[in-house]
Design a protein around this ligand. Structure first.
Ligand code: HXC
Length: 262
């Protein structure tokens, strides 16, 4: 059990599911360095924990996260930002974590909060969630991948409109545009839905799940032909796993597979 964090809570709501809940209510979960140190530490531990098959990341009903902490950023100079690699800490979830992460987005997910939600492998939202990239209103631009991930998800024209106007959009719209995988009526249903999906993922072979996440993510960086070739190499590799034998033998014998995660 992971504990002792100040700005996040960790729990295990179902077998195989690690739940990370932002806990900085007075600042609407504004994201600052101490929170990211804790988040990265917890995600790395969950990623290594053999009991955990998938992670859910959420905030409160009022706010997933209202953005990067404006008060932490406001006096930074170029040298501070460049010299300290500001935002480098934020990229760990997308670059280092191999298990699937589902963001359950309720309330505000603005600026860096929206960007963090988009870094997750799957995004679930409640209809009434408020998302957006309002950085332009602060005299800056998205800095944690928003200009890239939002554009890949919704297309150039809509992303350009959202980023240049700073207009918010709803969870319902996020789902209609394909940014979110599902939209739920209420925050409770959104979190419950994310946990249920995480539990389902955790019931499969860890090896197959890891490979599936890896190949889908390659589609973001490679062209279709290279991506399909990459997929095939990894697919061939699956025949070296025990779980491929276990899964297919179980099907043929009309039994439930007992994964060895090997
Ligand atoms: C620091 C924040 C904050 C933020 C809210 N708070 N958002 N502090 N950084 N991003 C603080 C408020 O200052 C306030 O503190 C407390 O949280 C409650 O917020 P209120 O504004 O009183 O709540 P409410 O009236 O309900 O309005 C909610 C809100 C508003 C609409 C979400 O807080 C808001 O506009 N926040 C900023 C949203 C934003 O611009 N995000 C993008 C940031 S830039 P006190 O002490 O007064 O009680 C960004 C850059 C990313 O994310 C690029 C690199 C990662």
């Amino acid at each position: 059990e992971l504990s002792g964090y100040e700005y996040i809570n960790i729990s295990t709501p179902r077998p195989g599911v690690g739940l990370v809940t932002f806990n900085r209510p007075r600042a609407l979960n504004a994201l600052f360095t101490p929170l990211f140190r804790e988040l990265n530490d917890a995600l790395r531990k969950l990623d290594k924990d053999a009991e955990v098959g998938a992670v859910v990341l959420t905030g409160s009903e009022k706010a997933f996260a209202a953005g990067a902490d404006i008060k932490e950023m406001k006096d930074k100079t170029f040298s501070d930002a460049y010299g300290d690699d500001f935002i480098e800490l934020w990229s760990e979830m997308a670059s280092a974590i191999k298990k699937p992460v589902i963001s359950a987005v309720n309330g505000y997910a603005l600026g860096g909060g929206c960007e963090l939600a988009m870094m997750a492998d799957i995004m679930y939202v409640s209809m009434g969630a408020t998302l957006g990239q309002p950085e332009i209103k602060l005299g800056i631009i998205p800095g944690a991948g928003g200009s890239q991930r939002l554009t890949k998800a919704v297309g150039k024209s809509k992303a350009m409109e959202l980023i240049l106007t700073g207009n918010n959009f709803s969870g319902k719209e996020a789902e209609q545009w394909g940014l979110a995988a599902k939209a739920f009526q209420t925050p409770e249903e959104c979190l419950e839905g994310a946990i249920t999906t995480a539990e389902r993922i955790a019931s499969y072979s860890r090896i197959a799940v890891k490979a599936a996440k890896e190949v889908v993510n390659k589609s973001q960086d490679l062209g279709v032909r290279e991506g399909v070739e990459y997929e095939r190499r990894v697919f061939h590799g699956m025949f070296g796993s025990k779980d491929q034998k276990i899964g297919m033998a179980a099907f043929a014998a009309k039994q439930k597979p007992e994964w060895e995660n090997a």
